[in-house]
Design a protein around this ligand. Structure first.
Ligand code: GUN
Ligand code: ZN
Length: 454
């Protein structure tokens, strides 16, 4: 007998995965509308997913009526909370093995630990192994999208993109451009960097959910000719991203000033080569002057805030009141910056961001922190129409938190007054143990309570 087709063009019941439990979603930017209005919390919700996208999300009773009859609905364990997957706006996967290396500030740390580690990534099998470890760790931490620095070797990009494609991830990555002030084994040339990046764009950009980022490491390790080539490449491939570093450390800033004496300031170096704009994102931005903030705001350029890295390397304290100054707010996303950063736990990253903000005189509300970790990060990457929220049409990348993941957290949660308080407990006390499940494109990709996900 032929099965009756659903009356609407809704997907068939067996194609829908529906999760029932508490959820949060975004109604707006908390920096604009305030924490209370921005955060929507539903204690009994359904998120329904099909073909990699969210088809319905909201109060269970209302959503159930929209689903095809007999759609199976999976009830999540008690104390679960569904939220959009975390977006890591700046991270170096080849630095996994040097995370937590003792005793130096940025420039010395690069020379002593980072460059030797990156030199090994000409070896494709090694790059493949680290790429797998890195992406598996991301899933354990609820990171569903990242903007990733590879090394100068094109093979390091191929390795990561291949593994990301296997997992259907939305991921941005690029080959580091670096033609001076680095060991010979890690240097390309302006020409070679341009050619290899162009070939990688052709190979990976727009394939599945992968995107390419043109990746000059920072102004100090690229000659003017290389920055010129990077700007030209971006003009030729406007859908690509640009990622780099800016204004992280005083010695770095002084060095860049010497290397580019005609530029007004650090941001102006990148501006001169056409490297500011929407889809350009720069790590750190700790010591920027007002003129630089204005140039970032006017061009739509984003900053990736990397709290654990800034604390670990002693680089300085990010200034939220400058970044989000009324009248010219700058897009900011949150980032781990491993291996300068010390963890891929996004909850711990938010906890450290709170402390950095405290030292700058701002007690960041949890709604702001979680917005920055999800929708804000997506906006910084110009992807907020696709990821970062649990709404119909969005890509189905989500995290299920366990709000009582340890006895210590459970006793604190007994006093949680509302969802804001509950979120604050998670970002202050939580870590990877709080990540119960991670869903990628509507598929369960990590389940804390099962050794291998189905
Ligand atoms: N500036 C240039 N390269 C790097 C890097 O790998 N990490 C950090 N934190 N800053 C940088
Ligand atoms: Zn970095």
């Amino acid at each position: 007998m032929k099965r009756a087709r659903p009356a609407s063009n809704a997907p068939a019941a067996d194609a829908v995965v529906a999760l029932r439990g508490a959820m949060i979603a975004w109604r707006g930017d908390p920096f604009v509308v305030g924490a209370k209005r921005a955060l929507a919390h539903d204690p009994d919700a359904i998120v329904a997913m099909a073909q990699g996208r969210i088809v319905a999300a909201g109060p269970a009773a209302a959503v159930r009526r929209t689903l095809p009859p007999r759609t199976p609905i999976e009830r999540l364990p008690r104390d679960s909370l569904m939220l959009p997957g975390f977006v890591d706006c700046h991270v170096h996967y080849p630095q996994l093995a040097v995370t937590g290396s003792h005793g130096s500030a940025l420039l010395d740390w690069l020379t002593r630990y980072t460059f030797p580690a990156e030199a090994a990534f000409g070896d494709a099998p090694l790059a493949g192994r680290v790429a797998r470890d890195y992406l598996d760790e991301n899933l354990r931490q609820g990171i569903t999208t990242a903007s990733v620095f590879c090394t100068v070797h094109a093979a390091s990009v191929d390795a990561l993109m291949r593994e990301a494609a296997k997992r259907s991830l939305r991921l941005i990555a690029g080959k580091v451009l670096m033609d001076r002030h680095a060991p010979r084994a890690l240097r390309d040339t302006a020409r070679r960097g341009y050619d290899e990046s162009k070939a990688l764009i052709a190979r990976w950009h727009g394939r599945g959910r992968l995107g390419y980022a043109i990746t000059p490491r920072f102004a100090a390790t690229s000659s003017p000719a290389q920055l010129e080539a990077a700007g030209a490449l971006w003009r030729e491939h406007r859908g690509c991203w640009v990622q780099s570093h800016v204004s992280e450390n005083y010695a770095e800033i002084a060095w860049v000033k010497k290397l580019y004496p005609r530029a007004r300031d650090y941001v102006d170096v990148y501006a001169r080569y056409g490297l500011l704009g929407r889809r350009a994102i720069y790590g750190h931005g700790i010591h920027l002057a007002e003129r630089e903030w204005r140039a970032l705001a006017a061009s739509g350029t984003a900053i990736a805030h990397c709290p654990t890295s800034n604390l670990f390397l002693g680089s300085g304290l990010f200034r939220w009141e400058r970044a989000k100054k009324p009248g010219r707010p700058v897009h900011v996303g949150m980032a781990t910056d491993v291996g300068g950063g010390t963890t891929l736990s996004f909850l711990r990253t938010l906890g450290e961001a709170y402390k950095v903000a405290q030292l700058g005189g701002w007690s960041m509300p949890p709604a702001h922190a979680f917005w920055l970790a999800t929708q804000g990060g997506a906006r910084a990457l110009d992807l907020d129409d696709r990821i970062g929220n649990l709404v119909p049409g969005a890509e189905a990348d989500l995290v299920v938190l366990d709000l009582k993941s340890t006895p210590f957290i459970a006793q604190r949660m007994a006093r949680a007054r509302d969802v804001h308080d509950a979120l604050f407990v998670q970002m202050t006390l939580g870590d990877d143990r709080a990540i119960r499940q991670t869903w990628i494109a509507g598929r369960l990709a990590h389940d804390r309570d099962r050794a291998t996900p189905p």
